[in-house]
Design a binder for this molecule. Structure first.
Ligand SMILES: Cc1ncc(COP(=O)(O)O)c(C=O)c1O
Length: 288
């Protein structure tokens, strides 16, 4: 069963998993989520995902009753039952079910949902060789996008437009023209051998792949700067790239149809791809 769900204590085929119509996640996007990668049946960066999920719950005053050990048990059981090798686990915690009212009563029982479905990470290999394009879009999201909430309408519309324009991803720009992040990825440029990415703030999601990439780069003596960069600087950069759980690392070779650097993946990105693959292999045994 390559698509399975866990809802309210039950393990079910995805198509049979349901939530009540008054779930606050459904009505208000009053919920947070996580996405983690499974390579060769093993979870990548799982402790980091749990830490972020707890931080997000705390930010919304949702107290998740399950311990990390219980969450890990459910996740691993779902993966085993689904009999998947390469897959994505999606976790959502909603505030729970209540009569519709913006104001929430204390003591609601949070709803824990997990789903597992196959995912082909090997589709990234040709994309890593060729690179992808991005389209920029003014950031119209709310002011706390560091919280991984399911209120993703601006991301959905931006990514839809980007795909319609033939791009892989949308890059959100701030009112000052700085590049913040992608619709579901973090954004980077390389200038003079230095990897540059927006600093952690309320304007970007603290990506787990970002955290891992910065630590791998520093470990390999690649200089890293966490600072805002302007779209003009990105257009004049030597290289650009993006990261996320589902696209661990991809070179960005076009921004709004204009070539970045040579218009082909560059040497720092190629080195970072090697480092990311080595880290995935170290944690899970998976080989690109
Ligand atoms: C807006 C946004 N930025 C960045 C990311 C990358 O985060 P991660 O590396 O944890 O997948 C995501 C992932 O969904 C995202 O939605």
């Amino acid at each position: 069963m390559p698509q399975l769900a866990y809802v309210d204590g039950q393990y079910l085929p995805m198509a049979e998993a349901m939530v009540p119509v008054e779930d606050r996640g459904l009505q208000f996007a009053d919920s947070i989520y996580e996405v983690a990668a499974i390579f060769d049946g093993r979870l990548l960066d799982w402790p980091e995902h749990l830490v972020r999920m707890r931080r997000n719950c705390a930010a919304l005053f949702i107290s998740l009753p399950q311990s990390d050990a219980v969450l890990s048990h459910i996740a691993r059981r779902l993966i085993a039952m689904a009999r998947v090798r390469d897959a994505i686990i999606y976790i959502q915690v909603t505030r729970g079910t209540a009569r519709r009212d913006h104001v929430f009563a204390p003591g609601l029982r949070p709803r824990l949902i997990m789903t597992v479905r196959r995912f082909d990470f090997r589709q990234r290999i040709p994309q890593q060789a060729k690179g992808v394009g991005v389209t920029t879009v003014p950031d119209q999201r709310w002011g706390r996008v560091d919280i991984k909430s399911t209120g993703l309408l601006a991301n959905v519309l931006a990514k839809q437009d980007a795909r319609a324009a033939g791009s892989f991803e949308a890059w959100f720009t701030g009112p000052d023209g700085t590049v913040r992040e992608g619709g579901s990825t973090n954004a980077y440029i390389v200038r003079g051998g230095t990897l540059i990415t927006h600093p952690l703030s309320a304007h970007i999601l603290p990506g787990i792949a970002r955290q891992s990439l910065l630590s791998l780069a520093r470990g390999a003596q690649i200089p890293v700067e966490e600072r805002a960069f302007h779209l003009d600087e990105a257009l004049g950069a030597d290289e650009a790239l993006l990261t996320s759980t589902t696209a661990p690392i991809l070179p960005v070779v076009r921004i709004d149809g204009l070539a970045v650097g040579s218009g082909r993946p560059g040497p720092i990105t190629a080195r970072l791809v090697e480092l990311v693959h080595a880290e995935i292999a170290r944690q899970t045994g998976w080989r690109a």
